[in-house]
Design a protein. Structure first.
Ligand SMILES: NC(=O)c1ccc[n+]([C@@H]2O[C@H](COP(=O)([O-])OP(=O)(O)OC[C@H]3O[C@@H](n4cnc5c(N)ncnc54)[C@H](OP(=O)(O)O)[C@@H]3O)[C@@H](O)[C@H]2O)c1
Length: 302
């Protein structure tokens, strides 16, 4: 049985990207982990169990299951699922507040909410204001709480924001003016920061930290990939109309507002291994894709 004395950490979202990174970091630090999962038979849940993670089955609409899963844990980490519509935003708030209620009922000593940068205020970005509402709900719960507020995932550059190679030049295109810094962090580093906080290895002044590893402008992002590839680079700012989703439009409209530089040193004080973009690119082994114009990779034609 898990007790507060032997210090199991509960993680919601353990089969996902951020929660998975938190589990990785906790296990690497020797912690006991209890994963709150909805489908214990899923491949991802089974893979966690094989690594020594204790599964606890939860159903958000059956609060007793979540309260039971949180009984006796030393700390609780939760994120909230991605929302791509206003309906899903309401569902996100429902999940988040239900988890806070369960943590309060189980008298969890410390709750870490994986929120988002900017959720200290209302910005009009629906899937960020949802996290603001959950933060407020958590604060009012009376629980000891820490808000971990990640910025854009560097991993987006491996998927939806991937650079292209066009006629020998690395090209990055984003719906962001070229003089605006994009605050970013790698998912692995979110896990490291959250784990340090969950295990009490780091102080978080004010009970909240913006998790930022770098904040380059578009041209600097392109240059980081270009330098890695040994090729020239170019950044092109796109209009917001390229985004198909109104929530993403609201988010990039907010990103385009100039903001104060982040306290990168404060993040490094919690977790010294947090990487900037160039370090993240190196760590992934990224290489330039095939050339769209020449129809071949950077090395193949030289
Ligand atoms: N993309 C970015 O750059 C970025 C930056 C900052 C913040 N964010 C925020 O990050 C969040 C997404 O995080 P992520 O990418 O780590 O998510 P993810 O990989 O999609 O994982 C979602 C996790 O939540 C679990 N889950 C969802 N609904 C559940 C339910 N009803 N009961 C139990 N478990 C449930 C999933 O479990 P199953 O395995 O059972 O599905 C999975 O473990 C969003 O809130 C987004 O706004 C994104």
């Amino acid at each position: 049985m898990v007790t507060r004395e032997n210090g199991a950490i509960a993680v919601f979202g353990a089969t996902g990207q951020q929660g998975g990174a938190v589990v990785d970091a906790l296990l690497a630090r020797g912690a006991r982990v209890r994963a709150l999962v909805r489908t214990p038979a899923s491949d991802r849940a089974q893979a966690l169990a094989a690594r020594g993670v204790e599964p606890a089955t939860v159903r958000i609409d059956a609060s007793a299951s979540t309260v039971a899963a949180l009984e006796g844990v030393a700390a609780f980490y939760f994120m909230t699922p991605e929302a791509n519509s206003l309906e899903e935003v309401e569902e996100e708030v429902r999940v988040g507040t239900a988890l806070v209620d369960a943590a309060a009922a189980a008298r969890v000593p410390h709750v870490v909410f994986n929120s988002v940068f900017g959720a200290d205020r209302e910005t009009g970005v629906p899937h960020h204001d949802s996290k603001h509402r959950i933060e407020e709900y958590l604060r009012l719960s009376g629980l000891r709480a820490t808000m971990v507020r990640p910025t854009a995932f560097m991993e987006n550059f491996a998927t939806v924001m991937a650079p292209s190679l066009e006629d020998g030049t690395i090209v990055v295109r984003l719906p962001l003016p070229d003089d605006i810094a994009l605050k970013m962090i790698s998912i692995k580093d979110i896990g490291q920061v959250a784990a340090a906080i969950l295990l009490g290895a780091a102080d978080v002044p004010g009970g909240a930290v913006d998790v930022v590893g770098d904040e380059p402008t578009g041209p600097r992002i392109a240059a980081a990939f270009g330098e890695r590839a040994g090729l020239p680079s170019r950044y092109e700012a796109l209009p917001l109309s390229v985004l198909g989703n109104d929530l993403d439009k609201a988010m990039f409209r907010e990103f385009a507002k100039p903001s104060a530089p982040s306290d990168l040193a404060a993040v490094k004080a919690i977790e010294p291994t947090v990487r900037d973009l160039a370090e993240w690119i190196r760590s992934t082994g990224w290489t330039a894709p095939a050339d769209r114009v020449r129809g071949r990779g950077p090395q193949s034609g030289t």
